[in-house]
Design a protein around this ligand. Structure first.
Ligand SMILES: Nc1ncnc2c1ncn2[C@@H]1O[C@H](COP(=O)(O)OP(=O)(O)OP(=O)(O)O)[C@@H](O)[C@H]1O
Length: 360
């Protein structure tokens, strides 16, 4: 039996995670992390008050202690600043991945250990396996549609060691069934969406509040002016909709194929593999962390360049400065600086890093 602190978000997955930990005989406490309060009144729904209430109701239903842990300052420093700094500097940050390393398995785990807990459990769809040498691996979740191991790819060994993912062996419909069987007050609650803890606020509305608009020209790959954009930070490579430029070709929309920070131009082109800038095979990945062991020299593994992408064969080569060169066997669409590259060996998460530079 272990002392487990469950991150109770007020959603179905973490509620079932708490119930499963109890069923397995652990001593369980639930805690809601208060991270963001929308004090600047950005338009959109930010239902944290409802979430705390729901989390509390679940804890009561399960008969476990419930706490609210105030991490607003740390969230602002570690996530909001990283997010805004990233967008200001022209990259596309990934707050969801950083949330796991910095918040849930960062300050929240530190709090848990200080308070005498052995581990933090969450409702993530990922699996964890202990090895006989006293280390832990993170594996893809059993549900291929829900697998969230990508979001855990920057986690370090100590974090993996103290993590528990009770829903990871199950499919989402099974998790809903458990919630119904146990009559959990959130059994029929809709899944949450939106960035991390910011809730259902649109990213563009969120950014508009902090990063000033910086309009410029939209051009095609030959440099012909096609329209105006509101600020390069509001667009991502490969984006099909929302740039406002109608395509003259039927059934072939323009997509964002480049951002030129010097001229403040947004470049659009065709969504084809020969469009310059849209596909790349070779890149530099920095801020790399390996969950359990560092690959020995040049290695053939797999890499997943975004959440909803397949992992693809790559060759990784360590560079002198702690960064890694990653060469994909097949060119990948819209690899974006700032986004996360997760590394796998079959179903095992090896680690991850941040795309820093696209070579070709
Ligand atoms: N505000 C929070 N307080 C405590 N734990 C949280 C909070 N937000 C997320 N978590 C934990 O992180 C896990 C993954 O977060 P994510 O935002 O992806 O939730 P989710 O997949 O919608 O799960 P859920 O149905 O539990 O909300 C949650 O299952 C929960 O354990």
């Amino acid at each position: 039996m272990a002392k487990i602190l469950v991150g109770l978000s007020g959603g179905v997955d973490s509620s079932v995670a708490a119930a499963l930990m109890l069923e397995q005989g652990h001593e369980v406490t639930g805690a809601y992390m208060k991270n963001w309060m929308n004090t600047d009144n950005i338009p959109g729904e930010c239902p944290w008050e409802q979430d705390v209430e729901d989390a509390h109701a679940v804890a009561k239903h399960l008969g476990i202690e419930f706490r609210v842990v105030d991490l607003i300052d740390q969230y602002s420093e570690r996530i909001v600043d990283y997010l805004l700094e990233g967008y200001r500097s022209g990259i596309t940050p990934n707050p969801d991945v950083y949330c796991n390393r910095e918040m849930k398995f960062g300050v929240f785990l530190d709090y848990a250990l200080e308070q005498g807990f052995d581990a933090v459990a969450t409702g993530h769809y990922a699996r964890r396996r202990e090895r006989s040498n006293g280390t832990a691996d993170i594996l893809r979740g059993a549900d291929p549609n829900k697998d969230q191991s990508y979001f855990l790819s920057l986690m370090e060994q100590k974090q993996a060691w103290h993590a528990r993912f009770p829903c990871g062996e199950m499919l989402k419909p099974q998790v809903r069934e458990v919630a119904q069987r146990l009559n959990l007050p959130v059994a029929n609650k809709k899944d949450s969406q939106g960035i991390c803890f910011i809730g259902n606020i649109k990213m563009s509305d969120f950014l508009r509040n902090y990063v000033p608009d910086s309009p410029g020209d939209i051009v095609d790959t030959e440099g012909n002016k096609l329209g105006r954009h509101k600020g390069l930070h509001l667009y991502t490579l490969g984006q099909r909709k929302g740039h406002g430029v109608a395509s003259p070709r039927d059934g072939m929309p323009y997509v964002v194929v480049g951002k030129d920070a010097e001229t403040n131009q947004l470049v659009v082109g065709w969504d084809t593999s020969d469009t310059p800038g849209l596909y790349a095979s070779s890149c530099i990945v920095g801020s790399v962390s390996w969950v359990n062991r560092v690959p020995e020299g040049v290695s053939k593994i797999e890499a997943q360049p975004r959440y909803r992408a397949k992992s693809e064969p790559v060759t990784v080569t360590p560079l002198e400065n702690g960064k890694w060169q990653v060469d994909f066997a097949k060119p990948q669409r819209a690899i974006t600086a700032g986004q996360i590259c997760a590394f796998y060996d079959a179903g095992t998460l090896l680690g991850g890093g941040v795309f820093e530079k696209i070579i070709s």
